[in-house]
Write a protein that binds this ligand. Structure first.
Ligand SMILES: [Zn+2]
Length: 517
């Protein structure tokens, strides 16, 4: 094995003549080991040295010291008769040292990575600790210089907008869905801008984009043969929004239904029935999901087969969902009938009840009883105030779509009153649920009948929108591509933007997001 030589410290192709210690710096005198050099003008190899000069270069630190390389570089004569360059400066491999560089390529690489990962100012302070003193400007320049990084031509892309500044200025983000990488940031969300970018990538076969907005049109103009896929996540959101709109349109009827309702035994019975039905449905769902999983189905397969959301399936499989029903065994349980009696008779003081219970053998502390009485008092208040005052549209939409057994008694009574009084809303809810189910189950054959049915409900305008974009919606149901990833990339972009303290210029953002995407 060869013994260690100072030449091992410098980039390949150079040898070290001498190493000097200058305080916090190591200074290495180096020269190239080759005897000849190719003329950059004509390519002829020359061995005739004209003169020498010094280049001062920064290199990777050694043992906690900055490193300065003093390169004795040569000027060569070009002897090719037809070449206009008579003299040329020694050139090196670009992977080692670029023509006018003041840092070795390997140091430049680190500087570039630092700038991409941390942004200018934080990277500048961090680089000092690494003994690579570079200024903020240098770091930003390093990013800019390599900014226009190339990417393999994508064939499946996601396109979406992102906010430079919320509600003020928007840009466009394009993501290679196969390689899961951001490949472009466009300065705005204009149709023409997107169209120009897309037209330069004629090999793109699939474009995932949200409904509405100009991206569909841009893709159609630039890539008439590409399949357009409506973004599934946005479709689900749009469907929920459509139901909320339906609720808003029905607020007058809802108020009337809720206001007219009195807590009569019939309504209570129907509320209880709702709750019980919800509970039963939930148990059935759990059993069905668990059975499929027992047969070895993956979460993805269960979502597709049964049409439940991914989050729900995961919760059931983790056993988190049944917890909601598990009656918490309470030390109070045995005394509840007696407590109910006392309560009905007007004895509602927690500590009095606790003392009485203790004399009957109850071992729990006062808090158990006072919490029970507090809960009891609250639920009575809610029952009294819940009716006569309709909740907001958003709340109604949420209550009507929530699992029934997750509702409190008062909420269930409200929902029962609305369902009894505003039947159209029940149809709208069913239509929205059917749509979301269809997407999860990937059942495109149901789309036509669904549209026909939904057009007769309160979500007709949503159904009309789907009709206008039917090819892309069908593709969303059948294709595996969705913009979900693009959402993730936008989150990453926001993070980078924040790190740049909101002053990010597009090329810097682009370099950082794409370089590290
Ligand atoms: Zn030449």
């Amino acid at each position: 094995m060869p013994s260690f030589s100072p030449s091992f410290l410098v980039p390949p192709g150079f040898s070290t003549d001498c190493v000097l210690n200058e305080g916090d710096r190591a200074v290495l005198d180096i020269r190239a080991t080759s005897v000849s050099c190719a003329c950059p003008g004509c390519g002829a190899i020359s061995v005739r040295v004209h003169s020498r000069y010094s280049r001062r270069l920064a290199d990777l630190p050694i043992s906690g010291r900055r490193v300065v390389l003093i390169l004795r570089a040569r000027r060569f004569r070009c002897e090719a008769p037809s070449c206009a360059r008579h003299i040329f400066a020694e050139r090196f491999d670009n992977d080692v040292l670029k023509p006018w560089a003041r840092r070795t390529a390997r140091l430049d690489q680190i500087v570039h990575c630092l700038a991409l990962a941390l942004g200018g100012r934080p990277a500048a302070s961090f680089s000092r600790r690494l003994c690579i003193p570079v200024s903020n400007d240098t770091l930003l320049r390093a990013v800019r210089k390599r900014g226009a990084s190339t990417f393999p031509p994508p064939s499946v892309i996601g396109i979406d907008d992102w906010a430079w500044r919320r509600n003020q200025r928007y840009g466009t983000l394009i993501c290679d869905l196969e390689r899961r990488k951001t490949i472009a940031l466009l300065p705005d969300r204009e149709l023409a801008t997107a169209q120009v970018w897309l037209a330069a990538q004629p090999q793109i076969g699939v474009v995932a984009r949200d409904r509405g907005g100009g991206y569909g049109l841009a893709a159609q103009k630039a890539l008439p043969n590409a399949v357009q896929v409506a973004d599934r996540w946005h479709l689900m959101e749009n469907a929920s929004q459509a139901f909320l709109d339906a609720v808003r349109k029905s607020m007058r009827d809802i108020r009337a239904a809720v206001g007219a309702a009195t807590i009569n035994p019939e309504l209570l019975t129907s509320a209880e029935k709702l709750q019980y039905e919800g509970f039963k449905r939930r148990e059935e769902t759990n059993a069905a999901i668990l059975a499929m999983s027992k047969e070895g189905a993956t979460i993805k397969q269960i979502v597709r087969r049964a049409g439940y959301s991914r989050g729900l399936v995961r919760k059931v499989l983790r056993g988190q969902r049944s917890d909601i029903f598990r009656v918490r065994s309470s030390s109070l349980e045995a005394y509840l009938p007696w407590l109910d009696e006392q309560w009905a008779a007007g004895r509602c003081n927690g500590s009095e009840l606790w003392r009485a219970l203790k004399s009957q053998g109850f071992r729990g502390c006062l808090r158990v009883v006072s919490e029970w009485s507090g809960r009891r008092r609250r639920s009575e208040k809610m029952d009294a105030s819940a009716l006569g005052r309709a909740p907001s549209a958003r709340t109604v939409a949420r209550l009507m779509t929530l699992g029934r057994d997750q509702l409190s008694k008062a909420e269930t009574v409200t929902v029962a009153a609305i369902e009894g009084g505003v039947e159209r809303l029940v149809h709208a809810r069913e239509a929205v649920a059917a749509f979301q189910n269809m997407i999860r189950r990937k059942a495109p054959a149901e789309l036509g009948p669904w549209i026909e049915n939904a057009k007769t409900t309160l979500v007709a305008s949503f159904a009309n929108g789907v009709t206008k974009d039917i090819a892309a919606v069908t593709a969303a149901i059948t294709s595996g591509w969705s913009n979900g990833q693009t959402e993730g990339q936008i989150c990453k972009l926001k993070l980078v933007k924040r790190q740049m303290y909101g002053r990010g210029k597009l090329d810097l953002l682009q370099a950082r997001v794409i370089g590290f995407g």
